[in-house]
Design a protein around this ligand. Structure first.
Ligand code: NAP
Length: 291
């Protein structure tokens, strides 16, 4: 099977490439420089020349706060990008696996969000990602839309690396304790995506590590595993204003992932432990926060 992976040098992109390589597929890893997904001509040219069986889109505009001040840029990458991929995949018969986000939901639901719950994004980033989902859904028959959340992985700066960097300053750290979600290890997400592709069961999926938490509890677990002693203070979203609103609940229900791939991903605490044990978090050019 021939697989084209876009955004291949992003945090998820790197683990996605590694996961598909491990399975002995023919992998074509395209980073931003090699393929700009906002360029319809380039997208068509590459996909028509390569004729991949599957395209996995890990490319995205991921700076949630900055999207508020440049919504058009976010819309171009997260909306028109997947549209371009959907058009080119549709024309050549390739399957598209597109990564989306928990931030398509408004957070007002009390329980976990199911795949059939209606999205209602409350920030520019979420709106741009929903726009991308809608293009894929309306232009294609054979696609996967995989919504995920609160990513951490060795290929990029993330909440875990930020917490560990802040701790080095030796000052108290304030972290919000009234937003709930599911931290997710990019290695586990990449594995589930590859398994979904192999299942052939197209559609929308929610893929996260098991278990839900708050950013404050997430930080507490990071420092516990890393044996870092730090003054950690829980605060409310109101005390910590940021340009983009965040859903207070973006916990995603895993149904029907287990039915299709035959397992549930590990809990976020298990995967966080493995990540901190194995990964040497490194800085990338993408140094602004994307959580
Ligand atoms: N991070 C999270 O917590 C989180 C949560 C939920 C969902 N997601 C979704 O998960 C996916 C992967 O996120 P991530 O954390 O791996 O993001 P990331 O590290 O920011 O990677 C995104 C990659 O896309 C590339 N890119 C940006 N614009 C592009 C364009 N026009 N054409 C081609 N490539 C482009 C970036 O390259 P440059 O840096 O060179 O521009 C970067 O390598 C995204 O769809 C994101 O929306 C992420």
């Amino acid at each position: 099977m021939k697989v084209l992976i876009t955004g291949a040098k992003g945090m998820l992109g790197q683990d996605m490439v590694a996961e598909f390589q491990r399975r002995d597929y023919e992998i074509h890893a395209a980073d931003h420089k090699a393929l700009d997904i906002t360029d319809i001509h380039a997208v068509r040219k590459v996909i028509e020349a390569l004729r991949p069986d599957v395209v996995v889109n890990c490319a995205a505009y991921t700076n949630v706060d900055k999207a508020e001040s440049e919504p058009e840029v976010a819309m171009r990458v997260n909306g028109l990008g997947p549209r371009n991929l959907a058009l080119a995949c549709g024309a050549t018969g390739a399957v598209l696996l597109h990564i989306s986000t928990d931030y398509v939901f408004d957070g007002e639901k009390e329980g976990p969000y199911e795949i059939w719950d209606a999205p209602n994004p409350i920030n520019a980033y979420g709106k741009s990602k929903l726009w991308g989902e809608n293009y894929v859904r309306s232009l294609m028959h054979r696609y996967f839309i995989v919504r995920t959340s609160w990513l951490f992985g060795k290929g990029g700066r993330n909440f875990v690396t930020t917490m560990l960097e802040l701790a080095k300053r030796g000052e108290p750290i304030r972290v919000v304790n009234d937003q709930r979600g599911c931290p997710t290890y990019t290695v586990d997400l990449a594995k589930a995506c590859a398994d979904l592709v192999e299942s052939g069961c197209y559609g929308i999926y929610h893929v996260t590590n098991q278990g839900a938490t708050t950013w404050y509890e997430f930080a507490r677990e990071v420092f516990k595993i890393a044996s870092v002693s730090v003054a950690l203070e829980p605060v409310s979203t109101r005390d910590f204003p940021r340009p983009a609103d965040r859903p207070r609940n973006s916990v995603l229900s895993a149904f029907p992932l287990e039915n299709e791939v035959g397992y549930k991903p590990p809990t976020w605490k298990e995967s966080l432990f493995i990540y901190l044990l194995n990964a040497q978090p490194k800085r990338t050019q993408n140094s602004e926060r994307n959580w």
